[in-house]
Design a binder for this molecule. Sequence first.
Ligand code: KIV
Length: 271
Amino acid sequence: MSVHKNVKKVTTKVLQVMKNEGQKISMLTGYDYSMARIIDTAGIDVILVGDSASNVMAGHETTLPITLNEMIYHASSVVRAVERALVVVDMPFGTYQGNSREALSSAIRIMKESGGHAVKLEGGREVIESITRILSAGIPVMGHLGLTPQSIYKFGTYVVRAKEDDEAQQLIEDAKLLEEAGCFAIVLEKIPAELAAQVAKEVSIPIIGIGAGNGVDGQVLVVHDMLGINNEFNPRFLRKYHNLYQEMLGSFHRYIEDVKSGDFPNEDESY
Ligand code: KIV
């Protein structure tokens, strides 16, 4: 029987059972009440309140500028909408790298003020102390390795990571460290499919991929990207399920015309 269909509330335990039973995990980002309500109603397993909100909601070039308060605002809007999905909230840049005490207080603020169910943060060995401290407070942590966008100025490019052996080896070691520390899952972003599949085999916790091929335990996409709202972002890994950019543009054009021509509102639409 499929865990996916029968579960009323997705927990970190449910995700582990799904991995153990070979059932794929579905995850999408969400940043606001209305969209999260639709995504949850569709039966998604995990909603990630991603710091990609910095790009798609606020229009910043990178994920670095978004603040803890802004993430808490987005997360609390999503939490109010969700009945079934696990809500994971990204810890924004600068709220966990400095020291583990600051990391814990940032994670506590997210959990207390947004009602989210878990946090996600980027990095491996360099943030392990922060991860351990957050976990010790009973807060579930999702890891994130590979192309970690908060380090974009270190990488200098959004190209595929870990193509060379030493970076691939380091990524495998980091995934094992995160598992040992007690993370409940890891996102692998934009790395070779073969490497991602190897990690998914070698660690027992769920591995969620984005641009990491099909050999992992689940997939995540940014909801605005998969709906085709942003028509300028077309990476190879992105499957677009709609062209909402064109649809919305058409609707806005028609509305403007209707208002200008006096066609809207008509008698039926008036009191
Ligand atoms: O912020 C985000 O949307 C993410 C996903 C791309 C995994 O971290």
